[in-house]
Design a protein around this ligand. Structure first.
Ligand SMILES: [Zn+2]
Length: 376
């Protein structure tokens, strides 16, 4: 059996899996049906009571000394946005070498390339380390599907290396940034708006701190790997009524961590900046995912993709977060690559598309990476 990854991408786009509500189960079952026909062992893991949000784990081969290779992607997509689309978001139309549709780039093109590669190799994988395909639901609102699988005893099994096919335009990335989310809070003393000297305005304190944060360089004096950290002030709230001195102001920070910069480092720096004007509390923290370029398998993946695409790239990591963080935790921190056919700039955009030729390249890349892993 052969799978045309272009046709499969179009088929997958036609499943409406906007998250929320997701409704990923029909899409997962479609993929599971294909894999089952070529000998994969299939298990579904629904997230919630009504069964509409299933992740899929499909295995073939395995059982020897070497652990399987894990290939992973998600089936949910983000909402369409407020702007009208000039193409149908769920038709999978092709024009000028592009497949259009919500999820074409992020990341049904990547999932289709994984499935096509897995089907190509399936007849040769008994008695080899084998493959495990982890196709998750509910990635787009916080990697719920992958984290759920990590928590189900025995669901993930083992893997010796991980490929997550998020959009990288087929450039292998040696991991992705971590996330730290923090609330800043300034307090003061309320008083009548006509008598500011009687109060202590919390908005002024918060504003002083926020303007320092705009100039903050988190990379200063550090040796970092894979890219630069970023900081964004995503909200700012203060005061209740215009004729009072505000006694509270809060602001939310989204910080993207890179290897060499931990949440503890950042919180210490924020503490210095806040001084007596603001205090900080973290509410989300996930570390970056990173494998050194010197890892032999990482080097091999780079070489395979350079042969296929004709492009060589310096080591870097993805700026966005992925299921890789949950999966490397679940698998005991094997080497991990983010590599997929989608255009990174097209993720979550109006008129999202994926280049047809990138999906073909990704299929060839995944097939070769898996072939070498399994020694066939
Ligand atoms: Zn994605």
């Amino acid at each position: 059996m052969k799978i045309d990854p272009i046709e499969l991408t179009r088929d997958l786009i036609r499943f409406e899996t906007i998250n929320p509500p997701g409704n990923e189960t029909p899409c997962a079952e479609y993929i599971g049906g294909i894999l089952e026909r070529v000998g994969f062992r299939i298990a579904y893991y629904p997230l919630d009571g009504d069964g509409s949000r299933a992740s899929l784990i499909a295995r073939i081969g395995g059982g020897g000394a070497r652990k399987p290779l894990c290939l992973s992607g998600h089936t949910d997509v983000v909402p369409l946005g407020a702007a009208p689309w000039s193409v149908s978001p769920f038709a999978g139309d092709i024009a000028d070498g592009r497949i259009y549709g919500r999820g074409s780039t992020d990341m049904k093109g990547g999932v289709a390339a994984i499935v096509a590669a897995a089907v190509d190799l399936a007849p040769h994988l008994e008695g080899t380390p084998g493959l495990v395909l982890v196709i998750t639901a509910s990635e787009e609102n916080g990697c719920h599907g992958a984290n759920f699988l990590v928590g189900v005893d025995g669901a993930l099994g083992e893997a010796g290396a991980l490929v997550v096919a998020e959009p990288t335009a087929n450039r292998p990335l040696n991991g992705h940034k971590g996330v730290l989310r923090v609330e800043g809070r300034s307090t003061g003393v309320t008083a009548h708006g006509s008598m500011p000297e009687q109060g202590d305005n919390a908005v002024y304190k918060a504003a002083r701190v926020v303007s320092k944060l705009e100039r903050l360089r988190l990379d200063e004096g550090r040796t970092l790997k894979g890219g630069l950290p970023t900081l964004n002030v995503g909200w700012f709230r203060g005061g209740m009524n215009v004729n009072s001195i505000p006694d509270e102001a809060t602001f939310g920070l989204d910080i993207r961590l890179v290897p060499g910069l931990t949440d503890t480092d950042v919180l210490a720096r924020l503490g210095e900046i806040g001084g007596t004007d603001a205090a900080f509390t973290k509410f989300t923290s996930y570390p970056p995912v990173y494998t050194e370029p010197s890892d032999p398998w990482i080097a091999e993946v780079h070489a395979v993709m350079a042969d296929i695409t004709g492009e060589r790239h310096a080591p870097a990591i993805a700026s966005y977060f992925t299921d890789a963080e949950a999966l490397v935790r679940g698998y005991g921190h094997p080497p991990a690559i983010i590599l997929g056919p989608g255009e990174p700039d097209m993720a979550h955009q109006t008129d999202e598309f994926c280049l047809v030729r990138r999906i073909e390249e990704a299929r060839a890349g995944f097939t070769e990476i898996a072939r070498r892993w399994c020694g066939v």
